[in-house]
Design a protein around this ligand. Structure first.
Ligand SMILES: [Fe+2]
Ligand SMILES: [Fe+2]
Length: 122
């Protein structure tokens, strides 16, 4: 049920990755980071809204990893605001890796639990 939202997050990361580099415009990167944070906040809230219904055993660690991802975005946004070139290809690669890891370790098992509880198509 979360595939489209995950794809959206990766598409924004791709867009930022295309933007960073030599002639990168910090204002545009800042906008993309804002989009990424906004979509991530909505998506994480969406996932977390079902945790209480499921007696989900990994809820605490799952939420902590959501918060960690958002904190990284906040740090990058602040660094960009200070004029530091913290948003580079390596940073995007790190965010992509963190998201992929999260999907495998938390979201995939959680989605299976949701399907068990509510059926396919949830
Ligand atoms: Fe997710
Ligand atoms: Fe998640």
């Amino acid at each position: 049920m979360f595939e489209a939202q995950h794809l959206h997050l990766f598409r924004i990361l791709d867009a930022i990755d295309q933007e960073v580099g030599g002639a990168a415009d910090p204002a545009i990167i800042d906008e993309f980071l804002f989009d990424l944070s906004s979509i991530a906040v909505l998506h994480f809230a969406n996932e977390e809204s079902h945790f209480p219904d499921l007696a989900y055993p990994d809820a605490e660690a799952h939420v902590a990893d959501h918060r960690k991802f958002l904190a990284t975005l906040t740090d990058l946004t602040k660094a960009l605001g200070r004029g530091e070139s913290a948003v580079d290809h390596a940073a995007i690669k790190g965010l992509r890796a963190a998201l992929n890891w999260h999907l495998q370790v938390f979201d995939a098992p959680y989605s299976r639990l949701l399907v068990q509880k509510f059926g396919p198509g949830t």
